[in-house]
Design a protein around this ligand. Structure first.
Ligand SMILES: [Mg+2]
Length: 160
Protein backbone atom coordinates (compact mmCIF):
# COMPACT_ATOMS: atom_id res chain seq x y z
CA UNK A 1 0.00 0.00 0.00
CA UNK A 2 1.37 3.39 -0.97
CA UNK A 3 1.91 5.57 2.04
CA UNK A 4 2.87 9.12 2.66
CA UNK A 5 6.21 9.25 4.44
CA UNK A 6 6.62 12.51 6.35
CA UNK A 7 9.86 13.79 7.82
CA UNK A 8 10.95 16.49 10.22
CA UNK A 9 14.09 18.43 9.19
CA UNK A 10 16.33 19.58 12.09
CA UNK A 11 17.94 16.65 13.91
CA UNK A 12 16.01 14.15 11.77
CA UNK A 13 17.36 14.68 8.23
CA UNK A 14 20.22 17.08 9.09
CA UNK A 15 22.12 18.61 11.96
CA UNK A 16 23.76 21.99 12.33
CA UNK A 17 26.81 21.08 14.41
CA UNK A 18 26.89 22.97 17.69
CA UNK A 19 23.76 24.90 16.73
CA UNK A 20 20.60 23.11 17.63
CA UNK A 21 18.34 24.16 14.76
CA UNK A 22 18.73 25.77 11.35
CA UNK A 23 16.94 28.92 12.55
CA UNK A 24 20.15 29.64 14.52
CA UNK A 25 22.26 29.80 11.35
CA UNK A 26 23.36 33.06 9.78
CA UNK A 27 22.51 33.27 6.07
CA UNK A 28 23.58 33.20 3.34
CA UNK A 29 24.31 29.51 3.02
CA UNK A 30 26.56 28.05 0.39
CA UNK A 31 27.87 24.77 -0.94
CA UNK A 32 31.59 24.53 -1.59
CA UNK A 33 33.39 22.57 -4.31
CA UNK A 34 33.53 19.49 -2.05
CA UNK A 35 29.76 19.54 -1.70
CA UNK A 36 29.92 20.68 1.93
CA UNK A 37 27.29 23.13 3.08
CA UNK A 38 28.14 26.07 5.33
CA UNK A 39 26.31 29.04 6.80
CA UNK A 40 27.84 32.51 6.92
CA UNK A 41 28.56 31.91 10.63
CA UNK A 42 30.97 29.13 9.41
CA UNK A 43 28.73 26.42 10.84
CA UNK A 44 28.68 23.34 8.66
CA UNK A 45 25.33 21.64 8.16
CA UNK A 46 25.38 17.86 7.66
CA UNK A 47 22.81 15.50 6.28
CA UNK A 48 22.83 12.34 8.39
CA UNK A 49 24.77 9.76 6.38
CA UNK A 50 21.95 7.33 5.58
CA UNK A 51 19.43 10.02 4.63
CA UNK A 52 20.19 10.45 0.89
CA UNK A 53 19.98 6.69 0.26
CA UNK A 54 16.77 6.33 2.26
CA UNK A 55 15.08 9.14 0.34
CA UNK A 56 16.26 7.76 -3.01
CA UNK A 57 15.02 4.27 -2.23
CA UNK A 58 11.60 5.37 -0.99
CA UNK A 59 11.16 7.65 -3.96
CA UNK A 60 12.29 4.95 -6.42
CA UNK A 61 9.77 2.55 -4.85
CA UNK A 62 6.97 4.94 -5.76
CA UNK A 63 6.26 6.25 -2.26
CA UNK A 64 5.27 9.84 -1.78
CA UNK A 65 7.45 11.89 0.56
CA UNK A 66 6.58 15.01 2.52
CA UNK A 67 8.08 17.40 5.06
CA UNK A 68 6.60 18.75 8.26
CA UNK A 69 8.84 21.28 9.98
CA UNK A 70 8.04 23.90 12.59
CA UNK A 71 11.23 25.88 12.01
CA UNK A 72 11.19 29.63 12.55
CA UNK A 73 13.37 29.98 9.45
CA UNK A 74 11.49 28.39 6.51
CA UNK A 75 13.69 30.19 3.97
CA UNK A 76 16.88 28.75 5.46
CA UNK A 77 15.27 25.30 5.52
CA UNK A 78 14.28 25.57 1.85
CA UNK A 79 17.77 26.73 0.92
CA UNK A 80 19.32 23.78 2.75
CA UNK A 81 17.01 21.36 0.91
CA UNK A 82 18.17 22.89 -2.36
CA UNK A 83 21.89 22.92 -1.47
CA UNK A 84 21.76 19.28 -0.39
CA UNK A 85 19.99 18.39 -3.64
CA UNK A 86 17.10 16.66 -1.87
CA UNK A 87 14.30 19.17 -2.46
CA UNK A 88 13.03 17.23 -5.49
CA UNK A 89 12.10 14.24 -3.33
CA UNK A 90 9.37 16.09 -1.45
CA UNK A 91 6.17 16.75 -3.35
CA UNK A 92 4.53 18.16 -0.23
CA UNK A 93 6.03 20.55 2.31
CA UNK A 94 4.56 22.18 5.36
CA UNK A 95 7.33 24.37 6.81
CA UNK A 96 6.32 27.00 9.36
CA UNK A 97 6.16 27.38 13.16
CA UNK A 98 3.31 25.89 15.17
CA UNK A 99 1.97 22.65 16.55
CA UNK A 100 2.64 19.86 14.06
CA UNK A 101 -0.96 18.70 14.10
CA UNK A 102 -1.63 21.78 11.89
CA UNK A 103 1.01 20.61 9.42
CA UNK A 104 -0.64 17.19 9.23
CA UNK A 105 -4.15 18.53 8.76
CA UNK A 106 -2.75 20.53 5.84
CA UNK A 107 -0.96 17.46 4.44
CA UNK A 108 -4.15 15.42 4.67
CA UNK A 109 -6.05 18.10 2.79
CA UNK A 110 -3.31 18.58 0.19
CA UNK A 111 -2.66 14.89 -0.52
CA UNK A 112 -6.01 13.27 0.24
CA UNK A 113 -4.12 10.69 2.33
CA UNK A 114 -5.86 9.58 5.52
CA UNK A 115 -3.83 9.98 8.73
CA UNK A 116 -3.83 6.19 9.09
CA UNK A 117 -1.81 5.86 5.88
CA UNK A 118 0.88 8.32 6.90
CA UNK A 119 4.17 7.50 8.60
CA UNK A 120 6.10 10.23 10.41
CA UNK A 121 9.65 10.53 11.73
CA UNK A 122 10.77 13.26 14.16
CA UNK A 123 13.35 13.69 16.94
CA UNK A 124 11.08 15.52 19.42
CA UNK A 125 8.63 13.73 21.72
CA UNK A 126 6.26 16.75 21.73
CA UNK A 127 5.78 16.41 17.96
CA UNK A 128 5.42 12.64 18.10
CA UNK A 129 2.67 12.96 20.73
CA UNK A 130 0.83 15.69 18.90
CA UNK A 131 0.82 13.85 15.57
CA UNK A 132 0.22 10.35 16.98
CA UNK A 133 -3.03 11.63 18.49
CA UNK A 134 -4.33 12.11 14.93
CA UNK A 135 -3.79 8.42 14.18
CA UNK A 136 -0.52 8.84 12.26
CA UNK A 137 2.15 6.18 12.86
CA UNK A 138 4.69 8.55 14.43
CA UNK A 139 8.21 7.36 15.20
CA UNK A 140 10.79 9.04 17.41
CA UNK A 141 14.29 9.02 15.94
CA UNK A 142 17.47 9.81 17.83
CA UNK A 143 20.85 10.52 16.29
CA UNK A 144 19.32 11.18 12.87
CA UNK A 145 17.20 9.03 10.57
CA UNK A 146 18.67 5.62 9.78
CA UNK A 147 17.56 2.59 7.78
CA UNK A 148 17.08 0.82 11.08
CA UNK A 149 14.48 3.42 12.16
CA UNK A 150 12.66 2.98 8.87
CA UNK A 151 12.76 -0.82 8.95
CA UNK A 152 11.55 -0.90 12.54
CA UNK A 153 8.66 1.41 11.65
CA UNK A 154 7.70 -0.69 8.62
CA UNK A 155 7.92 -3.89 10.65
CA UNK A 156 5.62 -2.32 13.26
CA UNK A 157 3.13 -1.59 10.47
CA UNK A 158 3.33 -5.21 9.30
CA UNK A 159 5.11 -4.27 6.07
CA UNK A 160 8.55 -5.76 6.49
MG1 LIG B 1 13.61 18.17 14.74
Amino acid sequence: MARLFVFDLDLTLWHCGRRLWCDQLTPPLSRNSDGRVFAACRTEVHLYPEVPGILEDLHASGHRLALASRTDAPEIARELLRLFGIDGFFAHRQIYPGDKSSHFHALQEETGTPFGEMMFFDDEPRNIHSVARLGVAAHLVSGGLTREHLERALAGAGEA
